[in-house]
Design a binder for this molecule. Structure first.
Ligand code: CA
Length: 490
């Protein structure tokens, strides 16, 4: 028996060696809205283009509907590492410490012969496991002069964090063992708040008025009490750090002179205006969105640096590039910043994949895919076994133009961090056109139902509309089925 197992293992390894395993480069950001990535063609695409990210889409596949399972930072990262919903991987909110002793995709890729590394934002509190090299920000990290926990040691860096994360990723690539395939997760802090742009971008968009979303002034009338109770308003909830009246990074004196030299006179001029009401909200929006887009611009430039390195080192052909973010984000729609809701802008996350020779350049896919699928997709790309307890599905057939007939038609969502920015616990299901959300909190205990075809901005819940009774009941049944399939526990 033992000899048979050894023979089988040898055979498996020989087959693996014969097929050259592609490298996997996972480029990841924090809080990147689809509306701030020009390949998605949103309202800001012309004003704030992202040419390097667009290049990945142009040379690969853009996913229009990549939906997260829990729209918040640490939980999304845990879903990606484990291929399991939050209730099974234990990371329900940003508060828990990730259990690194469990099965993760990085450990499985190591076993499949990969060199693994993570550089940048980790945000899971525990020490990263399953990585040959880790170099991660402590907690949220800061935009300038970050400290990177480098294989257990604290190492201080001077400069702009988005640039440094790329510098360190390239440094690791240069010294890796070129005989083995690599799995590198380059994970930016940007464009997470508080949005401190690079010095070179302080004046970008300075003379432009960024168009306001049509729902910047939303009174939440047409929906349950849930959304009206938010605490993520551009009007009231941004505070001095998000608006650059106070800075979050510890600057060097030289950096401070330039950074403060930009914002201080503008802040003083603003205070003299004494803006009130809608004018004040509009000013907040411009201040917020410009700094957010400036942070995205640095990400885009740094994605360009990574692409250039692959091109110049004959790595482009045999490297699969996946670009994504931990969730979407509100860029003023419904008057909000932040994420968390099962509504469209925070439910969607960008997903662009380039795989030369496998993915038809410039393809666009509209299937419901999810960050739950990433782990199995990485394993499938590597030719490794996908454990049966993972809950997603490899999207490699879709990448090659063949969506399986039984691909998911509905997506289950569950947000647990009750109270964060005023967002209550909720869960729900969508089939891409219709969306049913339950807010089970005992004080609220309510449902919402949207028809995205007639109401893409989700301004009117049709939960009590008789015309939709059949659809609502069908989605309720589907919700029960999904909760059972995914082993959701109350
Ligand atoms: Ca995030």
């Amino acid at each position: 028996m033992r000899i048979k197992i050894l023979l089988l293992t040898f055979l498996a390894l020989s087959i693996q060696a014969a097929v050259k395993q592609p490298n996997i480069l996972f480029l990841f950001t924090d809080d990147h809205a689809l509306n701030a990535l020009s390949a998605y063609g949103g309202p800001l695409a012309k004003i704030a283009p992202t040419p390097c990210l667009d290049r990945i889409a142009n040379e690969g596949m853009l996913f229009k509907h990549c939906l997260v399972s829990n729209s918040i930072c640490a939980p999304s990262r845990a879903v990606i590492l484990t291929g399991k919903y939050s209730h099974l991987n234990g990371q329900l909110t940003n508060r828990e410490v990730f259990d690194g002793s469990q099965q993760t995709v990085s450990k499985l890729l190591q076993k499949a012969g990969y060199q693994t590394a993570i550089v940048g934002k980790w945000h899971l509190k525990s020490t990263p496991t399953g990585f040959d090299h880790f170099e991660v920000l402590k907690g949220q990290g800061q935009y300038y002069n970050p400290m990177l926990i480098t294989n257990g040691k604290n190492v201080k860096h001077t400069g702009y964090t988005t640039d440094i994360i790329t510098d360190q990723s390239l440094k690791w690539l240069k010294q890796r063992d070129a005989k083995k395939p690599f799995f590198l997760m380059t994970q930016h802090k940007a464009p997470h708040g508080r949005w401190e742009p690079a010095l070179r971008h302080l004046n970008t968009f300075e003379k432009v008025k960024i168009p306001e979303p049509p729902t910047l002034f939303d009174y939440y009338s047409g929906r349950s009490a849930a959304s009206a109770n938010h605490k993520m308003g551009i009007a009231e909830d941004m505070g001095p750090n998000r608006l650059m009246f106070r800075y979050s990074s510890k600057f060097t004196p030289e950096q401070f002179k330039i950074f403060d030299g930009h914002f201080r006179p503008r802040n003083e001029a603003f205070e003299k205006l004494n803006l009130q009401g809608r004018d004040r909200t509009r000013w907040n929006y411009q201040r917020y969105i410009k700094n957010y887009l400036r942070c995205v611009k640095a990400v885009d430039e740094n994605v360009g640096r990574m692409l250039k390195y692959l091109d110049e080192n004959a790595l482009a052909k045999n490297t699969v590039i996946i670009y994504s973010s931990d969730q979407g984000f509100w860029l003023g729609e419904h008057g909000w910043f932040d994420k968390r809701w099962m509504y469209e802008e925070s439910l969607h996350t960008p997903l662009l994949i380039r795989w030369p020779g496998r993915v038809k350049p410039g393809s666009i896919n509209a299937n419901l895919v999810s960050n739950l699928d990433f782990a199995q997709t990485f394993l499938d790309i590597a030719g490794a076994v996908q454990p049966s307890d993972m809950q997603g599905r490899s999207i490699t057939p879709i990448l090659q133009g063949h969506t399986p007939e039984n691909w998911r038609k509905t997506h289950y969502y569950h947000y647990y961090e009750a109270g964060g920015h005023g967002v209550p616990l909720h869960y729900g299901v969508t089939d891409g056109r219709y969306k049913l959300i339950r807010f089970p909190d005992s004080k609220l205990d309510t449902w919402e139902f949207f028809d995205l075809k007639t109401d893409p901005q989700e301004l009117k819940s049709r939960y009590t509309d008789k015309d939709y009774i059949q659809k609502i009941n069908a989605l309720k049944e589907e919700l029960t089925r999904l909760r059972s399939q995914y082993k959701v526990v109350e």
